[in-house]
Design a protein around this ligand. Structure first.
Ligand code: HEC
Length: 248
């Protein structure tokens, strides 16, 4: 009797299941890209945070510092877990993005060792944003250009032309993130082509905290420790965005 009922349910559900299969698999594909976007941007930030935390150490005039590639990766993974509540799962990396990100952090930190351990120079210009730009460049190489990541900013606040927002980034930053009713910290993602190539794009807004204002704050135009001009930004203001592209 039970078996008959089960079979009956199976027969009723099977056609329904088959019908919905293409729909659910395309939905979960979009979902998995959004998940990749979230994981990779979180990992990128987690690594940059290790550099922020150790800015004082970087600026010391001495050698033999602990800030090796291994140290940065280990602490980036701790920061990732703090941010997401789970460990980074390297076993689930179909696009190879996580591996490419950790390899990028490793190469940038290996390259930076001589500078970081220079006993004659205090302020070395090795900053979170510089680290982020270098990691972004190395990451793009590691993925063969299939996935790219960059730190960008509202157009009026861009310091380094290499970080300029492109058209799509500009439109999301000014058309969504900068609006007063846009939910703080919420990423935006969609399919959008880049120079004619189909892609999935994911962008995450970032805001000035107190620690940023020494360089990006007031008075506007005054010179910061890096020799650059301060942007005149204020606490909590939209200051930048992390932009990730996955080419199809
Ligand atoms: C010690 C000075 C300093 C501090 C502190 C600092 N920045 Fe920057 N920031 C810079 C410099 C210099 C650049 C240009 C980096 C480059 O050449 O790519 C930059 C670049 C950026 C960019 C990339 C876009 C651009 O303008 O080129 C963003 C976004 C950004 N900073 C946000 C922040 C945020 C958010 C904080 C605080 C969490 C922060 N910065 C703290 C100096 C600083």
């Amino acid at each position: 009797m039970m078996q008959k009922i089960r079979k009956g349910i199976g027969a009723v559900l099977l056609p329904f299941f088959l019908l919905t299969l293409p729909l659910t698999s395309s939905l979960s594909f979009a979902g998995s890209q959004a998940d990749s976007g979230k994981e990779l941007t979180t990992l990128y930030r987690a690594a940059r945070k290790v550099i922020s935390k150790n800015q004082g150490l970087i600026n010391e005039k001495r050698s033999g510092k602990k800030l090796t590639a291994d140290y940065v990766i280990k602490n980036a993974l701790v920061n990732f877990k703090d941010a997401t509540g789970h460990e980074l799962d390297m076993g689930d990396d179909p696009l190879g993005g996580k591996k490419a990100m950790l390899a990028a952090v490793r190469s940038v930190m290996d390259e930076a060792q001589d500078l970081i351990n220079d006993g004659d120079v205090g302020f070395k210009g090795f900053l979170p944003a510089i680290f982020a730009r270098q990691v972004g460049t190395a990451f793009g190489k590691n993925t063969g250009g299939k996935i790219t990541i960059k730190l960008t900013a509202p157009k009026k606040y861009v310091r380094n032309r290499a970080n300029r927002p492109d058209k799509w980034e500009k439109s999301i930053i000014s058309g969504k993130f900068a609006k007063s009713d846009y939910e703080k910290g919420k990423p935006f993602f969609e399919d959008a082509s880049v120079k004619g190539k189909a892609a999935f794009r994911y962008i995450l807004p970032e805001y000035y905290s107190q620690s940023c204002l020494g360089c990006h704050g007031m008075p506007k135009g005054s010179i910061d420790i890096t020799g650059g001009k301060k942007e005149g930004g204020v606490l909590g203001e939209l200051g930048g965005a992390i932009s990730l592209t996955i080419y199809k």
